[in-house]
Design a protein around this ligand. Structure first.
Ligand code: AMP
Length: 543
């Protein structure tokens, strides 16, 4: 048996019923009030009865219903599969179908997309609408689904909450970009996420006086840290409004946040806008960065702004639950002392394991570079209904009997003190503002849309080592139309995966192995600063 991820919230609601659990927009919601909403959603799910996948889908975005939905699903003993109202319909539909969920909870913020989603969804769903008093008029045209608006939901009194669940129970199911062109599912179990919540809440001594940031979409696993580290200790979660997500300086000050968690790109934007001034954030006591490499320059700048705060670099893939290594930034060290100007990813969390291997999966010598493999209680056991991908990435290593290791695809090396330094990727996965992108997924869409085989996507421009967007090259083809290409990309890819520009090329540079040389393409872009006038036929902007 394992502790339910929602147990921390229920315990805090007992201890601090009147304290604020959540601040969204102008609303402050106490633990007691959020608990009531959670119970209503949880009991409604339970009243609908059992269903096969053990997972309930949630289409909502950082609203009261989104947070209550996450907790309500967990309270019902199910895992939550967050869908993103900002994603294209096609992608949301695929995620919903892959989840196998027969229940969908939808927040008011998803109402524009909901009728289209439901009319294309195969199978019939129970659709819970906590923000609608009565079923919307359009629901009559979709008789195959059953609608439960607020007026028909359970009162919550009969919620049967199990603080302990079977250890195989799923806490959440996320979808990451897939190199085959389809998002791939990662199911994280309560047994994976509980060690994380415990370790991190203890490490940062989170308490009921804390005020934590909530920047991440629910489809990004870093949001799990925000919610559950916060509620575990009776603290308050501050949902950062969309317009402040990349420029949160005023929000941090106005709300006197004590704990910050974001991708490093946010620091770059604040620096560019001259919003990161020394002493700006005195209320912060811990600042955590994760999701992409942390440039040493950004750590130093943030430290000067958050004078009373520690600055920590956390690292981890979704498959290993949020983050699994950390490094405490030492303000005494000069940023130039760091390899490639990037803060190391440090040491594994207590009880978790790292190993660096060569192509034959043999452990490399200290100081040698190799692929980082991860094992321990935080690492899940495979991809959702995808045994082939699971076999490829979840492996046995020579000399480690019985332990399953997750191959991250991250190139790293370890120094004599055991500190791990991040060197880059061994494949074509990149990060844009922390979002994980398999470039092949973009290329698969472009290939289909352009009707041409030769297509290459790269991350560009790159500032302080972080890609800020995507540029695509496609082989010259008379039938290709810029507007059609970008419009079709928007139908299947989220905003952060849409190329900013598409260039037509007659020839692609090749490397020694006869493969397209992406580095040469990037160097051309750098040299010409995006002004590939001779070859640029198509130009489009993602926004
Ligand atoms: P995701 O599954 O979206 O969390 O992405 C995981 C990937 O993000 C890792 O495999 C790394 O490539 C990258 N990543 C996450 N945190 C860091 C970090 N602190 N430094 C460098 N890369 C990171």
């Amino acid at each position: 048996m394992v502790r339910n991820l929602a147990s921390g919230f229920f315990e805090s609601a007992e201890r601090f019923p009147e304290r604020p659990a959540l601040a969204v927009g102008n609303e402050n919601i106490s633990y007691q009030s959020l608990r009531q909403e959670v119970a209503r959603i949880g009991a409604t799910i339970q009243s609908v009865g059992d269903h096969q996948s053990g997972v309930v889908a949630l289409l909502a975005h950082r609203s009261k219903t989104a947070y209550a939905g996450v907790l309500g699903i967990l309270a019902a003993g199910k895992g939550y599969a967050p869908l993103n109202p900002k994603f294209p319909l096609d992608r949301t539909l695929r995620m919903l179908t892959l989840s196998g969920s027969s229940i969908l909870i939808a927040g008011a913020e998803s109402s524009a997309n909901l009728p289209n989603l439901l009319s294309t969804a195969s199978g019939s769903l129970v659709v819970i609408l906590p923000d609608c008093d009565v079923a919307p008029a359009w629901s009559k045209e979709l008789p195959k689904h059953r609608f439960l608006p607020a007026g028909q939901m359970s009162s919550g009194r009969n919620l049967s909450f199990s603080p302990e669940l079977a250890s195989a129970a799923i806490a959440y199911l996320l979808f990451t970009s897939g190199s085959t062109g389809q998002p791939k599912g990662v199911a994280i179990h309560h047994s994976n996420v509980q060690p994380y919540v415990k370790y991190v809440s203890d490490r940062y001594s989170v308490n009921e006086e804390d005020r934590l940031s909530q920047e991440f979409d629910l489809t990004f696993d870093l949001s799990v840290h925000d919610m559950f580290v916060c509620w575990e200790r009776g603290a308050c979660l501050f949902s950062v409004p969309e317009k402040s997500v990349m420029m949160p300086a005023k929000f941090i000050r106005d709300h006197q946040l004590t704990m910050w968690f974001s991708v490093p790109s946010v620091v770059g934007v604040l620096e560019k806008m001259r919003l990161l001034n020394p002493g700006s954030f005195p209320s912060l006591r811990h600042s955590l960065f994760c999701g992409e490499p942390l440039p040493a320059k950004y750590a130093a700048l943030w430290q000067k702004a958050a004078v009373n705060s520690t600055v920590e670099n956390l690292y981890g893939p979704t498959e290993a639950t949020i983050a699994i290594t950390h490094l405490h930034w030492d303000p005494g060290r000069h940023e130039k002392e760091y390899l490639n100007g990037v803060v190391p990813i440090g040491w594994p969390f207590a009880g978790q394991m790292c190993r660096i291997v060569d192509e034959e999966k043999r452990t490399v010598a200290t100081g040698e570079s190799g692929e980082l493999c991860l094992a321990g209680s935080q690492v899940t056991n495979g991809y959702w209904n995808d045994p082939d991908k699971t076999r490829e990435r979840f492996v046995q290593l020579p000399g480690c009997d019985g332990t399953t290791w997750y191959r991250t695809g991250d190139l790293v090396k370890q120094d004599a003190e055991g500190c791990i330094h991040y060197l880059g990727r061994i494949d074509h996965q990149i990060k844009v503002r922390g979002y994980r992108i398999e470039l092949q997924e973009i290329e698969a869409v472009l290939r289909r849309v352009c009707g041409t085989e030769q297509v290459v996507a790269v991350g560009w421009p790159v500032r302080n080592g972080l890609a800020e967007g995507i540029i695509a090259f496609v082989s010259r083809n008379e039938a290709v139309d810029e507007n059609v290409v970008l419009a079709e990309c928007r139908e299947s890819l989220p905003e952060y995966m849409i190329p900013r520009r598409i260039y037509l090329r007659s020839e692609f540079p090749l490397n020694a192995n006869g493969k397209t040389d992406r580095q040469v393409l990037i160097r051309h872009l750098d040299a010409e600063e995006g002004q590939l006038q001779e070859t640029a036929v198509l130009r489009g902007s993602a926004r």
